[in-house]
Design a protein around this ligand. Structure first.
Ligand code: ZN
Length: 370
């Protein structure tokens, strides 16, 4: 399994490289263990990989969903090269060791191991590792287009790094982009143009007064909004005709993203009414609902007992899990690796944690399917 993780890290799957190499590493591993596995490739180097352990289906299946992509290594120097997968002091270093190739390798190894004793399995295991979780979720969306081919599910496991906490809820994500347009002229005569940055100031003033209406969640806290990007202007001597703003909103379970969209549309319409030359438009960059699985449901209770955890928990970051909600199965996020390692320089995973991860995934499979 350590070798599998090292090969996965070496198969650089940052945004520009795409996921196809990492998908092939996993497909080769499954095929070598006699498990049906398919790489779905599109747009050149984008890829998902889906494996299916087929049985007599006396019990509902388990679905494991991972992501293949990793974020870039950044500008800083790493202690060990980020795609070399160097083993040092009981750890493996490299981009993706924690987020989330470690959990992926542990799940793949556990599935192959359990499938070896296939006669003992009472239900199917489906494994998917998808593209673009860190960017556009295109892989999980594509996987879901094929969802009719899935067997009935007992539940879904997302092996993101939770340091072995059983996570049943996280906030959703709603990314909005506002663009204001003006008229470019030489800035020695600004009165002849329309300044798009000036228009964006009106938007920012409105946003400062705006509060999203949502009751705080007992565990997840409040819905939050943060203006994180702004861009506009071509040169010091041109009145800008375009300015754009990026807003990151984190939503709570049950919160409707459409309501927030409507608030923003209304705000832009109001500005237009007040200032006729105001021209602003809204675009949705990314939208994924919050997830909340009932911690008291049978699947979660059985899962917790299989991995020896008493209490479920929540996390601050988001995952691809919301895209799996249409499957109608309970979802838990659970895997090896410390969440604080995600996206860090010198990202590593403890080899002992990897092994524990594999053992616990085997125990989960045994509890539900053996
Ligand atoms: Zn991740």
């Amino acid at each position: 399994m350590k070798k599998l993780l090292r090969q996965l890290i070496q198969a650089d799957s940052t945004q520009n490289k795409g996921e196809v190499l990492a998908a092939e590493v996993i497909a080769t591993y499954f095929n070598r263990h006699g498990i049906d596995c398919r790489v779905d490739q599109w747009d050149g180097n984008r890829a998902n990989v889906v494996a299916h352990v087929k049985t007599g289906r006396r019990r509902p299946a388990l679905l494991f969903v991972c992501h293949l992509d990793v974020v870039g290594p950044g500008e800083e120097n790493w202690r060990h090269p980020p795609f070399a997968a160097v083993e040092d002091g009981g750890r493996i270093y490299g981009r993706g060791t924690t987020d989330m190739k470690g959990g992926t390798a542990a799940a793949v190894a556990a599935i192959c191991e359990m499938a070896r004793s296939k006669k003992g399995l009472q239900g199917d295991i489906v494994f998917a590792a998808t593209a673009g979780e860190e960017t556009d979720s295109s892989g999980v969306v594509r996987f879901m287009q094929d969802r009719d081919s899935l067997p009935p599910l007992a539940g879904i496991v997302v092996p993101e790094p939770t340091d072995f906490a059983v996570i049943t809820a996280h906030r959703g994500l709603f990314w909005l982009k506002i663009t204001t347009r003006g008229k470019a002229v030489h800035s020695s005569m600004p009165e002849r143009g329309v300044n798009a940055i000036g228009a964006m100031k009106r938007v920012l003033d409105e946003l400062e007064r705006y509060e999203i209406q949502a009751e705080p969640h007992p565990l997840l806290g409040k819905c939050s909004m943060s203006v994180n990007m702004i861009a506009g202007g071509e040169a010091m001597n041109i009145v800008p005709d375009r300015c754009s703003l990026g807003v990151d909103i984190r939503t709570l379970p049950g919160q409707d993203h459409e309501t927030i969209r409507y608030d923003f549309e209304r705000m832009l319409a109001r500005l237009k009414t007040g200032v006729p030359q105001f021209d602003g438009e809204l675009a949705i960059e990314r939208s994924a609902q919050a997830i909340e699985t009932d911690p008291e449901c049978e699947f979660v209770k059985t899962f917790c007992s299989a991995v020896g955890v008493d209490l479920t928990n929540v996390i601050g970051y988001t995952t691809d899990a919301p895209h799996l909600l249409p499957l109608g199965a309970p979802i838990v996020i659970f895997g090896p690796g410390k969440p604080r390692m995600c996206h860090q320089v010198d990202e590593y995973i403890e080899i002992a944690d990897l092994q524990t991860g594999e053992d616990l995934f085997k125990s989960v499979i045994a509890r539900f399917l053996a």
